[in-house]
Design a protein around this ligand. Structure first.
Ligand code: NAI
Length: 396
């Protein structure tokens, strides 16, 4: 085990959502932690916020009052980077900007001991670029936590071209000691999670822009049909649109403008308007006191279904037939090409074609397409789409 000793001083730079969370994680693991932010008073304020979080853990019985006091005592706000000479690990969580982070690292290099590890919580910037130009680029590494840091287990330990391999091992073992589940990754654009997650946000934003559905409906579908904890709109409201948009721009640029990662004008508008999400009280949703959440568009059928016909193999949709049977609906089976006939409507699993196009090409009347879901046996919501020619009676 190569982890940092529990009494090693950890410094966190940037006392926003992530910095505060990381400081809490390190202090809960036993480290003395100093917290710095260039906004006067922000570090002290963040520590008060951490103390309130700890208070909630005490109320829930997950922490003793003595532990809370001990953790609180280990957290110290500092006013200047000059106080970092004894730090063994510095984790920066400041604004997602390459030149600003590079400048900070230069300042840290001038003040910290030679064996101090300089880690960045960047979501997307190249660790190789952050380290370039420093006297000791081998001591720069990514330690990428997820939001909210005290709750999310995953930590990406990101090695740049010059990062010393021993450093990756130390931070991996340290993250394990902190109760996290670390993974090693190289410094590729977006690392692992943000590379995979970008299309999750981008496609939701495109659907919104195309008018496919509203935010509440798209979020509800990702949760109830897709099995995600949060949809893209509520999640980006939590992350902060300034941060999420900056990460998208950085990944898009790093992949030479690959369309999959293209930033969204809808999100840019929110950033320009200062509607950054929960932290400013308004993003896609309002977080004002008493604000009501818009409801997802939900179709409730007026006509009770008594029987249906399954034609051929429905493939992944088969669990839906079992659910119909369990509801007492009579199911007749016959040969066919994987269709479900209910009243005047013909239901089929989406194959990527638009409903009108498929209805025309396959000669199907009143075609209603069922979208993919993670688990048809348990999904509580499914997206459907239909062409303009589909009759109102069939939809009912
Ligand atoms: P934030 O906007 O909540 O906090 C950033 C803090 O850094 C602010 O308090 C600001 O005053 C301070 N700051 C800015 N420039 C500074 C400087 N030069 N020196 C000292 N302090 C400075 O941002 P957030 O969400 O905490 O993100 C911070 C970093 O963490 C970014 O690199 C972001 O990409 C990354 N990250 C964000 C996640 C999220 O969900 N918000 C998740 C994982 C990583």
């Amino acid at each position: 085990m190569a982890a940092l000793d529990n009494d090693a001083l950890v410094a966190v730079i940037g006392a926003g959502a992530m910095g505060a969370g990381i400081a809490q994680v390190a202090a809960q693991a036993g480290h003395p932690v100093c917290l710095y932010d260039n906004r006067p008073g922000a570090a002290a304020q963040a520590i008060e916020g951490i103390d309130r979080q700890l208070g909630r853990l005490v109320e829930k019985g997950r922490l003793t009052p003595d532990n809370r006091s001990a953790i609180r005592a280990r957290l110290q706000p500092i006013d200047s980077l000059d106080d970092l000479a004894d730090a063994r690990l510095v984790i920066e969580a400041i604004v997602e900007s390459l030149p600003i982070k590079q400048e900070l690292l230069r300042q840290l290099e001038a003040r910290c001991a030679d064996d101090c590890i300089l880690a960045s919580n960047t979501s997307s910037l190249s660790i190789t670029s952050l380290a370039a130009g420093l006297r000791h680029p081998e001591r720069v590494i990514g330690m990428h936590f997820f939001n909210p840091a005290p709750l999310m287990a995953l930590v990406e330990v990101v090695s740049g071209l010059a990062t010393a391999p021993t450093l990756a091992t130390i931070l991996y073992d340290t993250a394990r000691n902190w109760g996290k589940q670390p993974v090693h990754t190289r410094s590729t654009p977006g690392f692992i999670v943000n590379r995979v997650a970008r299309p999750f946000y981008a496609e939701s934003l495109r659907l919104l822009q195309e008018g496919a559905a509203d935010c509440a409906t798209l979020d509800a579908l990702l949760r109830d049909a897709g099995g995600f904890r949060m949809g893209a709109f509520e999640l980006t409201d939590l992350i902060g649109h300034d941060v999420n948009y900056a990460v998208t721009c950085s990944v898009f640029e790093a992949f030479y403008g690959d369309f999959r990662f293209q930033p969204s004008l809808v999100q840019k508008e929110l950033v320009d308007a200062g509607r950054l999400g929960r932290k400013t009280g308004q993003g896609f949703y309002s977080y004002a006191e008493g604000a009501e959440r818009p409801q997802a568009a939900t179709i409730t059928s007026q006509a009770p279904v008594e029987r249906c016909t399954v034609e051929g193999d429905l493939g992944v949709l088969q669990p839906l037939v079992e659910r119909l049977r369990a509801k007492g609906i009579g199911v007749t089976e016959r040969a066919g090409s994987g269709l479900l006939r209910v009243g005047d409507a013909t239901l089929a699993l989406s194959d990527g074609r638009l409903a009108s196009q498929r209805a025309r090409e396959d000669g199907l009347r009143n075609l209603v397409l069922l979208d993919l879901a993670l688990d048809y046996a348990n999904a509580t919501r499914l997206a459907i789409s239909h062409g303009a020619e589909c009759s109102a009676e069939a939809l009912d």
